[in-house]
Ligand binder design. Structure first.
Ligand SMILES: [Zn+2]
Length: 340
């Protein structure tokens, strides 16, 4: 097996607080022997579980990096039982560019697993996580939000899995995160995802979608920070009381939950995030932008439920995801399926 070229500038298994880099050699026009320096912190104190915490898997999603940079700068080793590995910007080149994918190789980190040690920079980072960091972890938290093109109600998510024991452990960790919404996802196209890599190792993964629009808010950052502390407390890595509030449990059971635009145009949201929709309700309209006198195309909910995601920018292209409906599983079924 080819060795991964990434080296850590700090020990991954020493007690104390260590801040450093994952150094990925990257020879290029402006730096012949240069490297990509991916920030990492490891906070360890004796034996115990290991949490692997990542943000900016997609480079334009900010709650994760904010919560993780704060955690890295505030935690002392004495507060920890076990080990916390913090990588605030998983796809660091994408994070620096403020883009979803890497500007170097267009790599989407969440479609690059298990990666390749001799592949593109994105694939090399994926391989390093696959073969070096993930084997150290008991639980992984991977922060996402909608980025520049989507916005979400704030939720933590865990996947439906074949391995029911691991599925239960992931759902329990999602509950511990305790975002305002908790979503069980059946991932239809899971090849190459970090989530799948973690779950295939029989380890616990919690992911999130905490907002979007290419920025963050005081509210979404507070949710990220609380969830992080709750999960670490749940695993006994931090001490103290978990902060638990009511959460709305949602399911995204099939393709009827997703609504895609079939034309370019201007996006008019008709329903806002978190609002209840019935099957057949118009959730968005798309206006032609180059003439008057033409009615907008109307996009309708394929299911009843709650609007959990919407297209963010004012203009929309054919094929863009306009809206996503989550089915509320904490209310009787009839509530979600009222006919339009
Ligand atoms: Zn993402």
């Amino acid at each position: 097996m080819i060795k991964n070229p990434i080296s850590a500038t700090i020990p991954l298994d020493a007690d104390g607080v260590h801040h450093g880099f994952l150094r990925l050699p990257y020879s290029r026009d402006d730096s012949a022997w240069g490297s990509i320096m991916i920030p990492i912190s490891v906070i360890q104190n004796g034996r115990g579980p290991t949490a692997l915490l990542t943000g900016a898997n997609h480079g334009d999603e900010y709650e994760g990096p904010i919560a993780l940079l704060e955690l890295a700068v505030t935690l002392t080793a004495a507060q920890v039982s076990g080990r916390i590995i913090i990588v605030p910007a998983f796809n660091f080149p994408a994070f620096r560019a403020g883009t979803r994918t890497s500007p170097i190789d267009k790599g989407n980190m969440n479609r690059s697993f298990p990666g390749r040690p001799n592949g593109t920079p994105t694939e090399k980072i994926a391989d390093y996580f696959q073969r070096t960091l993930l084997p150290l972890a008991d639980v992984a938290v991977d922060f996402h939000s909608g980025g520049r093109t989507l916005d979400f109600v704030p939720f933590a998510a865990a996947h439906i899995q074949d391995d029911k024991a691991n599925e239960a452990a992931c759902f329990a960790a999602m509950d511990a995160f305790n975002a305002p919404y908790s979503v069980q996802l059946l991932e239809i196209d899971n090849a190459g995802m970090y989530d799948t890599a973690v779950e295939d190792m029989g380890k616990v993964l919690v992911s999130t979608e905490l907002g979007g629009g290419g920025s963050s808010s005081a509210k979404s950052n507070a949710i990220a920070k609380k969830g992080l502390r709750n999960i670490l407390t749940y695993y006994g890595i931090l001490q103290g009381e978990m902060e638990i509030a009511p959460t709305i449990k949602l399911d995204v059971p099939d393709g009827d939950c997703f609504i895609f635009s079939e034309a370019d145009g201007m996006h008019e949201p008709v329903v806002d995030l978190g609002e209840i929709v019935c099957k057949g309700d118009v959730v968005a309209r798309v206006w032609p932008v180059d003439r008057t006198g033409i009615a907008p195309t109307q996009y309708r909910a394929g299911r009843g439920g709650i609007l959990i995601s919407r297209h963010f920018p004012g203009l929309v292209k054919s094929g863009d995801c306009v809206a996503v409906i989550g089915v509320d599983v904490s209310v009787p079924k009839a509530e979600n399926t009222r006919a339009a």
